[in-house]
Design a binder for this molecule. Structure first.
Ligand code: PLP
Length: 326
């Protein structure tokens, strides 16, 4: 059973288990850090051929697709999309085919590796040179992949619909439990990369619901669409509404832009472009046994180091290792 369903037994919360929680937490030993930094390691979350944060979203999205009687998922992303790969792998395990509309992004070894994995999956991939071209083609793709009069189940980039965001409300409940169990000090801040917002929004919503003091610091790494604290807070609020509509009593719960942070200072030139600070953080992490990638997690850890250096990290800090390569 999900922690959410356990907490709200009368609510309607269809869920399928795709990974094993709680994911482990451990102290991060990085040279030069003055704040106590912990890692919640999502890398191992997912029993299929891919792990990390996108798998948690699919635990809620796959049963929702079934409820809507859809046989096809349609979603979008960059050509190196972790999300699209996770959807294809876990969707096909559950009888769903996945259609991907992908937009070019800077190509490096990591993206080449992702492209190979996507080619080897069951995903039906359509590539575009710009977001606008994808947008123009989307109605045709939806029509082409309709079956028995039903459109594919459309999911936004990163799986960050309110339903997908429930995955990180669930993760927030795990964190609260780990704090209660004494395996993790109550974090002042949790730092996560923000690519589409679902991870940060779900955490912010769930941590607040559980009454933790922990504030979410989102490290924005994507400039393909608007992504700031207003957008992330709005997703958190819509996720709370979804829970209410399914019978979860949230009392007077509310969440707004002032309840979290989202900052694009560590983004660099664009989505997918490496930054020197990111690469340095990635290298240091590797020496500490933490395997990051350049697009998301390296920039998020660079933010941790930078905030630590400026003395503004409200410790203990919790860094979310969202990358699930294996
Ligand atoms: C997608 C992704 C993120 C960002 O999560 P969002 O919910 O899309 O904001 C962070 N890290 C990794 C490794 C990802 O693949």
């Amino acid at each position: 059973m999900s922690l959410l369903a356990d907490r709200f037994p009368d609510a309607d919360l269809p869920w399928v288990s795709l990974g094993t929680g709680p994911t482990p937490v451990h102290r991060l030993q990085l040279p030069g850090l003055s704040t106590e930094v912990w890692v919640k390691d999502e890398a191992g979350f997912g029993d299929g051929g891919w792990g990390g944060n996108k798998v948690r979203k699919l635990e809620w999205i796959i049963p929702e697709a079934r409820r809507r009687k859809r046989t096809t998922l349609f979603t979008v992303g960059g050509i190196g999309t972790h999300w699209g790969l996770a959807a294809a792998l876990y969707g096909s395990e559950h009888g769903l085919r996945t259609v991907l509309g992908l937009v070019d992004q800077p190509v490096d070894d990591h993206v080449r590796d992702q492209t190979r994995r996507l080619d080897a999956s069951d995903a039906l991939v359509h590539r575009f040179t710009s977001v606008n071209r994808l947008k123009m083609a989307a109605p045709f793709l939806l029509a082409r992949y309709s079956s028995r009069g039903r459109l594919p189940y459309y999911l936004p980039a990163g799986g960050s619909s309110p339903v997908g965001t429930l995955g990180y409300v669930e993760a927030a409940l795990e964190i609260a439990q780990q704090v209660a169990d004494g395996v993790l000090p109550e974090p002042g801040v949790v730092v996560t990369a923000v690519g589409s917002g679902g991870t940060a929004a779900g955490l912010a919503m769930g941590l607040r619901m559980m009454g933790l003091r922990t504030r979410v610091m989102g490290v924005v790494v994507n400039d393909s669409f608007r992504l700031d604290r207003v957008v992330v807070a709005d997703l958190a609020r819509r996720t709370a509404e979804l829970l209410r509509s399914r019978g979860v009593d949230l009392g007077a719960f509310d969440i707004g832009p002032n309840d979290l942070d989202a900052d694009d200072r560590w983004l660099g030139d664009t989505y997918g472009a490496t930054t020197p600070e990111g690469l340095e953080a990635q290298q240091l992490a590797e020496q500490a046994g933490l395997h990051l990638e350049p697009v998301y997690t390296a920039k998020a850890l660079a933010a941790v180091r930078d905030l630590d250096e400026r003395g503004v990290l409200d410790g203990p800090a919790l860094f979310l290792q969202t990358h699930g390569s294996r």
